[in-house]
Every structure is written in structure tokens, then in C-alpha cells.
Design a protein around this ligand. Structure first.
Ligand code: PLP
Length: 443
């Protein structure tokens, strides 16, 4: 048969053009074309649509950023409205109305007392800023020996060198070990006694610690490892007691994923971080924006003479982008107006039940971990089986559900507005894909 009877899907031509000029993050480009990539052209609601018109339910929220869905008319309008005023004006030495308005709204809801916010564009930079702020805070206070960080095993805080340093090994970071600065490390959420160990580490190293850095409640990138809120509260109390700054990296957990606006809230009203890092869902998934939020005492430790040494000499060209802040403000309002958190709690309960029925105990499944709408399904590949996570997700993509694994953990991170029916479909597709891949590996 001639080629004209078998038209090449447009997707293939786009993949050729893609690999000719684009370098994808966290992706082996030599293998990229063979890993059934989807080339997205547009979206509707919670579905992405590729260049061939195929639809995929966005079950990973475009790598954990999309909250309400794609092309939300209210969010689109917020950007268009701001475009009619100004897209961007620098925050270095000057102000921007859209930024002030969002920072006010954020200060009212973030679990940080008397919040002051410095903006950037990526989660890793929000962490980087937090580390530099904590470090300089102690220099400014005349305690420069408090210059080390305590971080958790299995932690992930982003890919810049400072964020990599507080992050644990793995994730392909070994090559950068010579660049990573040394930190104190205490076990992560995979250890049942992580909190007792963290409390002990805070006490043991208090005199030299600037801060503890932690992903509250959920260690996302290491495969959705989960903690109990009471344990988190214990660790927060230890930091308070020993004067160690508490940095909560809420880049993944913030803006509703766990059923509260911020995961820190689960640990009770006394759990008050000194610094909170935000990103990912902050704009509903629309524009790159991240934020480092600090308490009044931290903020005031930088107060001093103009051009003096107490100043925080750090800032990014696009830090405090007006378009991003305008959509972030509207997003925060919609979370409230649409009672999104109530929906998350309800639909996440439903999801938990369905996972219990369909996935837990299924052959090929080792464990299911969940907090709110953050789910990790750890696969149990038979000895010698390879790339299970990848193959299960590729099978899901063929069925119109977009998934991306973390090793052999399949992550489900659906948009916050997902319906019970949509989640049922995602879980049923996942079950079918696990069965399919398991059957391929039967000797
Ligand atoms: C994704 C993530 C980051 C990094 O954010 P980027 O925007 O990808 O730089 C940092 N911390 C946590 C907990 C994350 O999940």
C-alpha cells in the first residue's frame, strides 16, 4: 500500500521538529521519540488535546501545576485584563499594583505570621531564596555560626544547586555531588520514626543550624511519601524550642492539593513556619510564579541602612511579574468562591475508596499512598522486569489518560476540580494498564 493510505500522524512530524530544536527537562532526548510523547496543541477543561486531535485527561495536572483546569474563563480574563494595564514592571526598587494586591491576599491566607513575600518564577528559586534568607538572617542577627541546614532523606526541593544540596541524592543528582554543599540529614517519611529522629537532630545540631527544610505532609518527588500531621507538629515544636528556623517547602502541596489551602495547616494552628516556599499551583498552572514568604522577625532582621550589608542582595528579572500576580490573585479568589477545598476533600475521599477497591492488593501493586489529591501507586514489578512505571504510563496515554511515573511509582495528581466520574475512569484505566504490563512479563 502506498504511503497516502497510511497518513503519518501529524504527531510524528511534530516530534521530529521537536527533537530538532527542543531539549526537554528530565528527559533522555535520545529515547524521547520512542517514549510515545504527546505533542499538545490546546486544551479544554481537564483535557489536553494533541496535534492530531486526540484527547487526554490531564491526570498529572501538567506536572502538578494545574488546579482548576485549563482555559478557565475567569483566569483567562484576569490575564487579558492585566494585559490592558501592564505585563511586567520590575520590583527592584519600585512597586507594581498587581503584585501588591496579590501579596495582600496571600498574606491573609498563608500560615506565616505578618507575612512578607519575595517573588520569583520557579519553585527551586523560592527554595534558593529561602536558604539564602535563612543564612543571612543569622549573619544579620550576629549569629553567623548558625549556618547549616537540616534536611530530610528522600527530600526534593528543586534543581538549582542550593535546592539540590538540601534535596537528597537520587533523581540523577550524583554527578553534581561535588557542587552540593553539605547539610545535616535526618530520615524522611519512609521511616516510621522520622519525626523522633528529626526532633533529636534539631536538638543535637541547634547551635549550628540556620534552618530545617521540610516538605510538609507529603514528599512528592520521591514517590508521594506521606507523614502524619501530629508528627509534623512535633518537629515544628522542636524548631520553635531551639530557635531553628522552619522552612516549609509547599511548592507541591500548596494551593489545595491536600484538601487544605496549605499542607502546613494539617499540623494545627501552632504550626507556624518562619519561611514558606510556594510555586506550582500558585497561578492555577497558568504562568511561572513562585514565592518565598517570611515572618516579620525574619523580614526585620534585614532592616538597616540603605546600601548597607543587612540588605538582601537577591532578585530576579521577572520576580513579581504583573500578569502572573493578576492570575494568581484571581485563582486565590476562585478557590474560595467555588469552594474548591470542600470539593477536594469530598472527591479525594471518593478516590481513596475507589483506589482501595480497584488498586490496593492488585497483583503488580506494592502500595498506594495518598494525601488529598496527591496519590502514589507503587508498582511491584517481578524480578528482572524493567521500566514498569514507564510502560504502565505509556499504556495509559494510549487510553487517553496522561500519566508520568517517578521510577516505578505512578503518580496521580488530578486537577482539584476533577469529578468523581473522571477519577473513576483514571483509576480503572490504571488498573487495566497494570494488568496489561503484568501480562507482558509473564514468562
Ligand atoms: C516541583 C518542586 C520544586 C521545584 O519547583 P520548580 O518550579 O520545578 O523549580 C521544589 N520543591 C518541591 C517540593 C517540588 O515539588
Amino acid at each position: 500500500m502506498s504511503a497516502e493510505h497510511h497518513p503519518v500522524p501529524a504527531g510524528d512530524a511534530w516530534v521530529d521538529r521537536d527533537v530538532a530544536v527542543v531539549w526537554h527537562g528530565f528527559t533522555q532526548m535520545a529515547a524521547y521519540p520512542t517514549n510515545s510523547p504527546v505533542t499538545v496543541e490546546r486544551a479544554e477543561g481537564r483535557e489536553l488535546i494533541d496535534v492530531d486531535g486526540n484527547r487526554y485527561f490531564d491526570a498529572i495536572s501538567s506536572l502538578w501545576v494545574t488546579t482548576l483546569g485549563h482555559r478557565v474563563p475567569e483566569l483567562d480574563a484576569a490575564i487579558v485584563d492585566q494585559l490592558g494595564k501592564v505585563a511586567h514592571a520590575t520590583l527592584l526598587g519600585n512597586g507594581s499594583r498587581a503584585v501588591i494586591e496579590f501579596a495582600e491576599a496571600l498574606a491573609a491566607v498563608v500560615p506565616v505570621d505578618d507575612a512578607h513575600t519575595i517573588f520569583a518564577s520557579d519553585g527551586a528559586v523560592a527554595v534558593e531564596q529561602a536558604l539564602k534568607i535563612a543564612f543571612q538572617c543569622w549573619v544579620n542577627r550576629g549569629r553567623p555560626e548558625r549556618n547549616r541546614f537540616l534536611a530530610l532523606g528522600d527530600a526534593y526541593h528543586g534543581d538549582t544547586v542550593g535546592a539540590l544540596s538540601v534535596g537528597d541524592g537520587g533523581f540523577g543528582t550524583t554527578v553534581f555531588d561535588p557542587l552540593r554543599f553539605a547539610v545535616e540529614r535526618t530520615p524522611g517519611y519512609a521511616s516510621a520514626d522520622w519525626a523522633a529522629k528529626a526532633v533529636a537532630a534539631v536538638a543535637a545540631h541547634a547551635d549550628t543550624l540556620a534552618a530545617l527544610v521540610i516538605e510538609p505532609l507529603v514528599q512528592g518527588a520521591s514517590g508521594i511519601l506521606v507523614a502524619e500531621p501530629e508528627d509534623l507538629a512535633l518537629v515544628g515544636r522542636a524548631c520553635r524550642e531551639h530557635g531553628v528556623l522552619l522552612i516549609c517547602d509547599e511548592v507541591a502541596t500548596g494551593f489545595g492539593r491536600t484538601g487544605r489551602l496549605f499542607a502546613s495547616e494539617w499540623a494545627g494552628p501552632d504550626f507556624r513556619p518562619d519561611i514558606v516556599c510556594l510555586g506550582k499551583g500558585i497561578t492555577g498552572g497558568y504562568l511561572p510564579l513562585s514565592a518565598t514568604v517570611v515572618t516579620a522577625p525574619v523580614f526585620e532582621s534585614f532592616s538597616g541602612e540603605d546600601l548597607g550589608t543587612a540588605t538582601f542582595y537577591h532578585g530576579h528579572s521577572y520576580g513579581g511579574n504583573a500578569l502572573a500576580c493578576a492570575v494568581a490573585l484571581r485563582h486565590l479568589q476562585l478557590l474560595d468562591e467555588w469552594r474548591v477545598l470542600e470539593h477536594v476533600v469530598e472527591v479525594a475521599d471518593h478516590m481513596g475508596d475507589r483506589l482501595d477497591t480497584v488498586i490496593v492488593g492488585r497483583p503488580g501493586v506494592a502500595a498506594v499512598r495518598r494525601r488529598g489529591l496527591m496519590v502514589g501507586v507503587e508498582l511491584a514489578p517481578p524480578v528482572g522486569a524493567v521500566r514498569w512505571g514507564r510502560r504502565v504510563c505509556a499504556a495509559a496515554v494510549r487510553r487517553g489518560v496522561l500519566l508520568r511515573p517517578l521510577g516505578d511509582v505512578v503518580v496521580l495528581m488530578p486537577p482539584l476540580t476533577s469529578t468523581a466520574d473522571e477519577l473513576d475512569r483514571v483509576i480503572d484505566v490504571l488498573a487495566a494498564c497494570i494488568d496489561e504490563v503484568a501480562a507482558e512479563d509473564v514468562p
